[in-house]
Write a protein that binds this ligand. Structure first.
Ligand code: URP
Ligand code: ZN
Ligand code: ZN
Length: 456
């Protein structure tokens, strides 16, 4: 073996056991006892997990008059520190652009920069006949097997129901997955304008312009369209209990509805928008934070299986120079929050340490399910012979405060600053190479490989 990780407790989505992991040429080549290799990593007292997979990031995203603060280099390095070894970002098609052009743009942004492996979803912003009849199939051939459509952001990305329905039919034919940002864009548009006209401009009005009913209505509609198209559908960033109910109802009827939530919706609520000194702007994102109580419903969804994935929607903007663009008008506050580095430790601490779910369910939510649902398994998302040696040695006793000083994301604040987690990655490996060890980045910008994902 090139490398052996010894003495660790291996935890996958299905099993927890003690064994050595033998790694050869970047792959897991053996699982057993007393393995020998040129290099030995002693994981005594630690878990070994498959590397985290974050299927919802926005690095270097031009959005709302600015660009998200992490590029593919800073964002992917931060991800590695937090135990994530693969991300899937969005190649967003602009008006008049082809999907191929969008993909080229995003590939160029990632090339030479991404320090961990990555893929792309195609986000369809301009659904033409060419996109529907030619390009979607071509992208699937290139390993882009999921497409995102926005039911919100009227005037820019928002699609109508006919477009969404036709996309679902096409995705079913191609073996691809449609993902939706589910909020009723018409209602949001009306409420935003009405509130601004009434002089209601503080961050709280962002939330009050994005009611949970608008999310639930859109989830219900998307799910009905998927049922009529006989296609699976994936709901991104589920934030509200009412929206989750729509997912549950459809799943209970046997429909293949898949859904994620993100840490911000598990830890924060609408009260955060009322913080003094414009601090509420840090939490402005879409969908917004909800009334207290929704967090617990989402946790229950993770436990019950109605939610299958925790991803981040990582889309950071600096408080100074970006979020403050909306000091006098909530609709100008760039939407999004950081999270790519903190997802794995947060889910371990609040999921496993707090007894909400097992270590295996934790692995399933942050690694295995994202890999399975997005065409990356069995190469990614598990510890088995032949899989990529994307591994995290995780010290369950290590305590880290999630403050800006301790994190590596390129943003001037940490929403989780007040939280100290117990359990943290001490070594991150990608394809057999150590890329983070004891707080040191040992990888290389550009070493991440583009992943052609399988049909789903
Ligand atoms: O507020 C958010 N979620 N920003 C990122 C873009 C999106 O809608 O996912
Ligand atoms: Zn979205
Ligand atoms: Zn997003």
């Amino acid at each position: 073996m090139d490398t052996v990780i010894t003495n660790g407790i291996i935890a996958t989505a299905t099993e927890t056991y003690q064994a050595d992991i033998g790694i050869k040429e970047g792959k897991i080549a053996a699982l057993g006892l007393r393995l020998e290799g040129a290099e030995t990593i002693d994981a005594q007292g630690n878990y070994v997990f498959p590397g985290g997979i974050d299927i919802h990031t926005h690095f270097e995203l031009p959005f709302m008059g600015t660009v998200s603060a992490d590029d593919f280099e800073t964002g992917s390095i931060a991800a590695a520190f937090g135990g994530t070894t693969t991300f899937v970002d969005f190649a967003i098609q602009g008006e008049g652009e082809s999907l191929h052009q969008a993909l080229e743009t995003w590939m160029a942004r990632a090339k030479g920069k991404a320090a961990i492996d990555y893929g792309f979803h195609a986000a369809i912003g301009d659904m033409t006949d060419e996109v529907m009849n030619v390009e979607m199939a071509e992208l699937v051939e290139q390993g882009i097997t999921s497409f995102k459509l926005f039911m919100a952001y009227k005037g820019t990305f928002m699609v109508d129901d006919e477009t969404l329905f036709k996309s679902l039919l096409k995705a079913r034919e191609l073996g691809a997955l449609i993902m939706v940002h589910a909020e009723n864009g018409d209602v949001l548009h009306y409420l935003i304008n009405q509130h601004l006209a009434e002089g209601k401009k503080e961050p709280i009005w962002h939330a009050l312009s994005h009611p949970p009913e608008a999310e639930a209505e859109a989830v219900g509609r998307a799910v009905s369209l998927a049922a009529m198209a006989k296609a699976p559908i994936y709901i991104v960033h589920t934030s509200a209990a009412q929206a989750l109910e729509k997912v549950k109802e459809a799943r209970d009827k046997g429909q293949r509805v898949l859904a994620e939530t993100c840490p911000q919706y598990l830890f924060f609520n609408i009260e955060h928008y009322k913080l003094p000194n414009f601090e509420g702007a840090k939490y402005v994102m879409s969908p917004p934070l909800r009334d207290e109580g929704n967090e617990e419903s989402l946790w229950q969804g993770l436990v019950s299986g109605d939610l299958q994935v925790v991803s981040t929607d990582h889309c950071p903007f600096n408080f100074v120079g970006q979020k403050d663009m909306g000091r006098d008008d909530f609709s100008m506050i760039p939407n999004g929050m950081p999270g790519v580095e903190t997802r794995v430790p947060l889910m371990y601490h609040f999921g496993v340490n707090e007894g909400r779910f097992s270590v295996n369910r934790f692995v399933e939510l942050v690694s295995t399910n994202p890999a399975r649902l997005f065409g990356l398994a069995p190469q990614k998302g598990t510890i088995s012979i032949g899989a990529d040696a994307d591994l995290v040695v995780f010290d369950p006793q290590k305590e880290v405060r999630l403050s800006v000083e301790n994190l590596h994301m390129n943003v001037d604040h940490s929403p989780y600053d007040h939280i100290t987690v117990r359990g943290y990655p001490v070594l991150t490996m990608q394809r057999g190479k150590i890329i983070v060890r004891d707080g040191q980045f040992l990888g290389e910008a550009g070493a991440g490989q583009f992943l052609r994902r399988r049909r789903v």
